[in-house]
Design a protein around this ligand. Structure first.
Ligand SMILES: *[C@@H]1O[C@H](CO)[C@@H](O)[C@H](O)[C@H]1NC(C)=O
Ligand SMILES: *[C@@H]1O[C@H](CO)[C@@H](O)[C@H](O)[C@H]1NC(C)=O
Ligand SMILES: *[C@@H]1O[C@H](CO)[C@@H](O)[C@H](O)[C@H]1NC(C)=O
Ligand SMILES: *[C@@H]1O[C@H](CO)[C@@H](O)[C@H](O)[C@H]1NC(C)=O
Ligand SMILES: *[C@@H]1O[C@H](CO)[C@@H](O)[C@H](O)[C@H]1NC(C)=O
Ligand SMILES: *[C@@H]1O[C@H](CO)[C@@H](O)[C@H](O)[C@H]1NC(C)=O
Ligand SMILES: *[C@@H]1O[C@H](CO)[C@@H](O)[C@H](O)[C@H]1NC(C)=O
Ligand SMILES: *[C@@H]1O[C@H](CO)[C@@H](O)[C@H](O)[C@H]1NC(C)=O
Length: 491
């Protein structure tokens, strides 16, 4: 079918030629325009050279431009060691040679056992026990064990601080109450009131030295029934203290009647960001690292907003962008009236169209998936065709569930929130919809080891292997085959 788009008639008959003539006319106009522009450019250059010469001859006259742009010394000699960790839901099986990483549960146990002075946890909600979920499932034991370990911290002389979003109901506060009783300090951060979002961040800072950050909630299901991905970094004071600043912001906002400071005091500022990342060795590999944060009202001076880190990682990709997130939609999921929010979509399309980057999106489907996500994904996937040479593909990951597992509420889903390109690894805590970057609190770690040619076991390589393992697994369904997503997803 010929396109119905009608350009201003020029001289020839209507139809497809019209388009060609129109383009020809445009090019002629452009030529004239460029000749003109060239003359102006030469004039401007001459003027500029004159001014520059004057400044060189009389530098003292030029007082206002002497402000120095001293770049901060962002190098750090900590012997950081980074471990990629995952929760693989019970019953989800890969081929025997597949990449298997240490578990989130192991990393939490290890962090708790190493803690000597402090554990700070930023969290959305707490349901670490069967009691919380009104279930009686043996796989809750890992979560219950974690809660028990936390309740022993005070005895060991370790200060536990928890920042948590309001639960909205006293009945849902059992874990929080138990922690308080054990001596933990808990602050409820009323983000719904402060920004109309939620505190959705999930990270730990231990002894100001070790961190965990990733998709897992403080929920027993996040250890055995939901597919999660995160990272633990040990012996890394410079990074841990920077994450500590984000925690401190939540902590301040958890005080009674708190308001959001504007601007945030300097103690919350950072010099580690996408322009000047921390230079540190991770597993003896030279790396550039920074932590991003959302929403903008909570980001102090120097901190990169989470959405800006995502866009810059996409823009930086030369060969591929692999994305694994539970929800992806170029809208604000929860706004009324509805709002379109194409920031990420635009950068993905641009990468495909302008740079021929291969884009793969692995999105989740489960009982709580909003159906209106699919037309937008379909629209991205529609760029791909045998003729177009635009390489973009969407697959839907469905976590299998036995009859028994189907009865576990809010489980059996791929909850991952990461992206890996041919150059950089990004591990976050937000779903990819507008609200998460505009109103909701989240954060992410960005690891760039492209400068190290030989990083054979870089985080980027490990994350790429994880993505390809999932992408090629039987749990990933080609988007085109998904005529009725309800049939494919487990409800
Ligand atoms: C794992 O084994 C399968 C079949 O045996 C093979 O196709 C695949 O390439 C292997 N994957 C890796 C990561 O070695
Ligand atoms: C939980 O299940 C076990 C067996 O699986 C049973 O012995 C126990 O009584 C159950 N507890 C509750 C509270 O239902
Ligand atoms: C952290 O450093 C300590 C002391 O040097 C060492 O004993 C420990 O093994 C390190 N931890 C990791 C995970 O590398
Ligand atoms: C917070 O506001 C309430 C109501 O205005 C007031 O009663 C209370 O004293 C305030 N608390 C603090 C710590 O300022
Ligand atoms: C694209 O090409 C492949 C292999 O040549 C073929 O199997 C597929 O059906 C084609 N797809 C479309 C949409 O034409
Ligand atoms: C990664 O580091 C290189 C320098 O090694 C830099 O040019 C590039 O912009 C960085 N990428 C991102 C996404 O920050
Ligand atoms: C990089 O890898 C090559 C081949 O594995 C090795 O010969 C070389 O020494 C390595 N260089 C560095 C700086 O590690
Ligand atoms: C870093 O070292 C730890 C401990 O040796 C290992 O488990 C982990 O996989 C390594 N991480 C990377 C990114 O190579």
């Amino acid at each position: 079918m010929k396109p119905k788009v009608v350009y201003k008639p020029i001289s020839s008959p209507e139809g497809i030629e019209d388009h060609v003539v129109y383009m020809g006319r445009l090019q002629n106009n452009a030529r004239r325009y460029y000749q003109c522009a060239l003359v102006i450019a030469i004039l401007v250059t001459v003027l500029f050279c004159l001014m520059a010469a004057q400044l060189l001859l009389f530098p003292l006259l030029c007082t206002s431009s002497t402000e120095k742009s001293v770049s901060p010394d962002n190098s750090c000699s900590d012997p950081c060691s980074l471990v990629l960790v995952e929760s693989i839901p019970e019953g989800l099986e890969y081929s025997s040679n597949a990449t298997i990483n240490p578990s989130v549960y192991q990393s939490w146990k290890r962090l708790l056992s190493q803690a000597q002075s402090s554990v700070d946890i930023a969290s959305f909600y707490w349901t670490l026990t069967n009691k919380d979920t009104h279930t009686n499932h043996s796989s809750a034991s890992q979560g219950e064990e974690i809660l028990q370990e936390m309740m022993k911290l005070k005895q060991r002389g370790v200060r536990l601080r928890v920042a948590v979003n309001p639960s909205g109901s006293k009945a849902k506060d059992a874990d929080i109450d138990a922690l308080r009783d054990s001596g933990a300090e808990v602050r409820v951060v009323n983000l719904p009131h402060l920004t109309s979002g939620v505190l959705h961040t999930k990270f730990w800072v231990v002894d100001g030295k070790h961190i965990y950050i990733g998709s897992a909630n403080m929920d027993w299901r996040s250890l055995t029934q939901v597919k999660e991905l995160g990272t633990a970094v040990y012996n890394c004071t410079c990074l841990a203290q920077d994450l500590g600043k984000i925690f401190d912001a939540y902590w301040v906002l958890g005080q009674d009647n708190a308001t959001i400071p504007s601007p945030w005091p300097d103690t919350f500022s950072t010099t580690y960001n996408k322009e000047t990342p921390l230079e540190v060795s991770l597993n003896s590999t030279a790396s550039l690292v920074y932590l991003s944060s959302s929403p903008p009202p909570l980001t102090a001076k120097g901190r990169t907003d989470d959405i800006d880190s995502i866009l810059s990682v996409i823009d930086d990709a030369k060969k591929f962008v692999y994305i694994s997130v539970m929800d992806y939609t170029p809208t604000e999921e929860f706004s009324k009236p509805r709002r379109y929010w194409p920031a990420i979509d635009n950068h993905l399309r641009k990468a495909v169209y302008e740079r021929h980057v291969t884009v793969r999106l692995l999105i989740s489907c489960w009982g709580n998936t909003k159906p209106n996500m699919f037309p937008f994904l379909q629209s991205l996937a529609a760029l791909q065709s045998n003729k177009s040479h635009y390489d973009i593909e969407v697959k839907i990951f469905v976590v299998p569930a036995s009859e028994e597992q189907k009865h576990i509420p809010f489980a059996r889903v791929n909850h991952n929130k990461y992206m890996v390109t041919d150059r950089v690894a990004y591990i976050g805590t937000s779903n990819w919809a507008g609200d998460y970057f505009i109103r909701t609190a989240g954060s992410a770690i960005v690891v760039n080891q492209t400068g190290t040619a030989n990083a054979t076991n870089s985080l980027q390589k490990q994350l790429e292997a994880v993505f390809l393992r999932d992408w090629t697994s039987d749990y990933s369904h080609s988007f085109h085959s998904l005529t009725s997503y309800k049939e494919k997803c487990i409800f």
